[in-house]
Design a protein around this ligand. Sequence first.
Ligand code: ASP
Length: 599
Amino acid sequence: MEQYKRTEDCGSLRKTDAGKTVILNGWVNRKRDHGGISFINLRDRYGITQTVVGEDASSELTALVSELHNEYCIAVEGVVRQRPDSMINPEMATGEIEVVIKNLVILNKCDVLPFQIEDKTNASEELRLSYRYLDLRSAGMQKRIRLRHEVVFAVREWMNANGFYEIETPAFIRSTPEGARDYLVPSRLYPGRFYALPQSPQLYKQLLMVSGFDKYFQIARCYRDEDARGDRQPEFTQIDIEMSYVSRDDVLAMTEAFIGHVFKKTLKLDLPPRFKRLTFEEAMEKYGTDKPDLRFDLPLLDFSSYALMGDFQAFKDALESGGAVKALVVPSAAFGSNSAYSRKQIEELEAHAKIYKAQGLAWMRVTGTGTEPVLEGGVSKFFTENHKAIIAGLNAKPGDLILITADIKKKTANVALGAVRSKLGKDLGLCGQDAFEFVWIIDFPLFEYNEEEQRWEAAHHMFSRPQEQYLTTLESDPGPVKGDLYDLVLNGYELASGSIRIHEPELQKRIFSIVGISREEAETRFGFLTNAFKYGAPPHGGIAPGLDRLVMLMAGETSIKEVIAFPKNSFAVNPMDNCPGEVEQKQLDELHLSVIKKE
Ligand code: ASP
């Protein structure tokens, strides 16, 4: 190999290199034969260089060239030649030159490819994941994995410059509950005992604060054994952060600064120094979700006063039962050239609203002229006296479509219409491709009621701190208690969650008891934490942005698999090595395990 070792990479040669003898190593990206002349585009991580074998080449060299196929790994030795002006390819960084091959060595052949290596491949996800090592050679994957590296590097750079230590926490732990199931690792040495893989480093990072490290971060792998749904991966990566002696606003400002640094360093984009903020309640009222996509506005409006004016009984019933009636005005401009939404399209929206438990989706069209607008169709006949008031109150214009949900549960009216809003955003192309709209959601409820199990549970996790004003009513009235919790949302995705934590053993025990963990269980599972709090634990708080999601959004992708080198498929399987796999009986015996196979 020594004599074929590359002297340059495939992305670096320019016309100033003309005349140089070079050796390049790489893959055959494409070979073209033009009447005795062969052009071989050679590719590596750095780029593509055109190499040429002319008519005057030796018969040996020509024979070797004829053997080449795509993705053969080769070494070429040759002389850099400036291309004539007419042959310059401005699309390629190396487009001004080509390398005239003198010697060629096939370093390794390539089998028939399962799919062509292209930026936008038609290969199925299963095939791409089965041959991930080939898929990763594509320009798109190379670019995204590089972005991921750059993001991680920028995070480390900012964290180091701002006094954070990167500290690894163990992968084999007792258990950190984040609301999912643990992956368990059986202990060979202690029959019947198991390690858990961390759902997050939550408890360890809090302990690091007790230990005085003050500012911690870690690019941390987290493991959650959840049912395969949407874009979930059994393992994913968080940028895990914790700080001592901080308030909520300190954590928010730190996050804004480091995310700003990451965007500037990698995408060369300036983010606003402060991100918008919405309380959880505002987000639910205005967008029907705690993950609003603010690349477009379309707020949900309160329709209750108009509902009371009209004769539509379902609206009135919802209000009388303490529910809500909410409206969405879809501006005519949003429909683009199809100046209105058809009945069929409205029915599709209704079906979507019903997935979110809406009884239905009422609608009306604004027609008429600018000075004499009127309502038409749908439920407009129940509001004949009130057209003007509704149009003016909702600030609607001729051509607009009004969509309405009503429910005895305010949450359902909001969530269902919020889901319609999100669908419209996508369907009508309102989500700008290169836009990044960050928003903080603050003042979340600390607890959520689990109807099925008839008990309160932590909305975030059990270590988040209730806001001071609720400390006396935690047990008597958990519902309204707000926590010092915050989520960072980007383009409709939850990018990060965090909170100010509890640092007093007594308060922590109260929370355990409210979520139904007995004293004994709390002692066995979390005694080490409440004990640590007894030794002068400082007030602390933190946050954990998801690295996969962050890179996915920065890369303009919609699946985190596009930014993970070796992800699992949607069934939590890796089709390349076929894990999870079976193990030998001997291994099971050593682990004191027996497997009961389902019929
Ligand atoms: N550990 C939390 C999570 O994974 C994040 C945090 O509170 O810092 O959601």
